[in-house]
Structures are given as C-alpha cells and as structure tokens.
Write a protein that binds this ligand. Structure first.
Ligand SMILES: [Zn+2]
Length: 284
C-alpha cells in the first residue's frame, strides 16, 4: 500500500522524467478506476504536463491546468515505461487500469493487482474538487510539533486509528503507523488524548524519523521503475513471528476483519500481548 514516502518518491521521479512533456493520449483499461466524467480523460490529450504534486497519499499531475489525480489505494502502483506500445490495451485484462502516453514515446501505467479494486483516478480543474483531498488534515511531514500535539490531544480513540486517519494527519497508512508506533515505543491501542507530553513528543519525532528514513530509501531506489511492494527497512510491519530488530522479542499481530497490525510487546506494551479478536474467537 503506497503511503507518503512512496507517493513522494513517485512525485520526484515524475518531476524529473515526465514534466515538460506533452500528454499525447490516455488509455482507460479499467472503467471502474475513473471517478469523474467532466472534464473527460480525453481532455488531457495534447496538453503539456507542467507539474506534479502530492497531497497526503494522492498523486496530482498538473496537465496545463487540468489535474489528473490518482489514489493508488491498497494494491495500485505507477510503472514508468520506456517505449509504450501504441496499440490500445484490451479493457478488463490484467492489472492495467490507465496508461498515459507522452510525446517522446515513453509514459506510465497505473496498475492494480488483485480482485479488490480501489485505485481511483480523477480529472478535475482543481485538486480540492477531489473529496478525499478536501478532507485531508495537515501533511504528516509538514505539520509542526505544537499542531501535532494539539491534534492528538483533541482526538478520542486509539493511536493506530488516529495516525491513519487522513482527516487528522495526511500521508500515513497501515505500514508506517506500525513502524512509527514501534519507533515511539507506544502501544497501538493507547488512547491518543491520554499521551503524556514526553510520549507525544516521542511520537512526533518517530513520525518524522520514520517517514524521512523511508523517503530517503525510496527516492534512492527510483520508485517508478520498481514494483510497488513494501521494501526493506520495516521493523515490525508484516513481520509477524519474526524477531524485533531492537530487542529480539517476537513480533505479534492483531487481526481485524480486513486488515491487521503488527507490534513488539517488549518495545511497546510492557511485554503484554494485546487482545486479538480472531485468536479469542478461535479459543472460545
Ligand atoms: Zn522490540
């Protein structure tokens, strides 16, 4: 699932390789991916790609004042292609959702693996027309310490949910919230408005360190030419059953209906495993 560091790396890549080129054509291979109809996708043809920006986990391509806004959801990715095939793709076949052709014959594919389709493409005159962008809280890398502390203090509910709520703080998803909470040595179930000053500052520092560390790795790796899987550097996320790199305890997980979180009991919960509904159901 691409989060702030991955989308920022894609943004940097596109600035370097795509900005300044004219979009010659946009092919739509997965009809459900497009969420707007006016302006049509075809309106981008013949216009120059003039800028690329990121809003939370949204990628925003400025095509001479029209915006192609992309949310990659869980399993979407942007693949840079040198020498795109000119024949239109067959709709509904494979992971391809949208193909953008540029005037030098290169371009990129927006793809989505799996059967649960969430990748969303909008063509709008202003990015704020996309509801998910209009609702975004301050960017997780741009927010200052006082604002961050105040946001959490005003939030009832668990830290895991607070960090991944895009309307509170933009850019953090399931993977980096696990990593941030591990780095801050805080339980994912701790209440956001019950943090001590010291804990809130530790969390703020962990947000910055985790995201900038990941960003440095992603940019160095030319994200747009790689696959969208999560890369090296994760300490607890997706590492259930493996040793914590900090203390050696076994990384545990809590499962929910369609997602799960990972954490280290020794580093984060005073050595106590958190209740896991799925496990309790099996044991009942
Ligand atoms: Zn640990």
């Amino acid at each position: 699932m691409p989060e702030l560091p991955e989308v920022e790396a894609l943004t940097a890549f596109l600035r370097e390789h795509a900005v300044g080129h004219v979009v010659t054509r946009v092919d739509l291979a997965a009809v459900q991916a497009i969420k707007t109809f006016d302006p049509p996708l075809s309106a981008l043809g013949g216009l120059e790609l003039t800028g690329v920006a990121r809003h939370g986990k949204f990628l925003d391509l400025d095509v001479s004042g029209l915006h192609l806004v992309v949310h990659l959801a869980r399993a979407g990715w942007l693949h840079w292609r040198t020498g795109l095939p000119t024949a239109p793709p067959k709709p509904g076949k494979g992971p391809l959702a949208v193909r953008v052709h540029l005037d030098d014959g290169d371009g990129f594919d927006l793809t989505e693996q799996g059967t649960r389709k969430g990748l969303a493409v909008h063509v709008v005159r202003s990015p704020a027309e996309v509801p998910g962008i209009a609702r975004l809280g301050p960017d997780a890398l741009a927010v200052d310490r006082d604002t961050f502390v105040a946001l959490l203090a005003g939030r009832s509910g668990q830290l895991k949910g607070a960090l991944t709520d895009q309307t509170l703080l933009a850019g953090i998803g399931n993977a980096y919230s696990d990593e941030i909470l591990h780095a801050a040595r805080l339980s994912p179930f701790k209440m956001a408005d019950k943090l001590t000053d010291d804990e809130a500052l530790r969390l703020y520092d962990a947000v910055r360190a985790t995201l900038t560390g990941a960003l440095e790795r992603q940019v160095g790796q030319q994200a747009a030419t790689m696959k969208g899987e999560k890369r090296s550097g994760l300490q607890v996320h997706a590492r259930t059953g493996l040793p914590c790199p900090v203390c050696g305890d076994t990384v545990r997980e809590v499962s929910f209906a369609d997602t799960s979180l990972q954490y280290c009991p020794t580093c984060q919960t005073g050595g106590k495993p958190l209740a896991d509904r799925r496990m309790s159901k099996l044991l009942r």
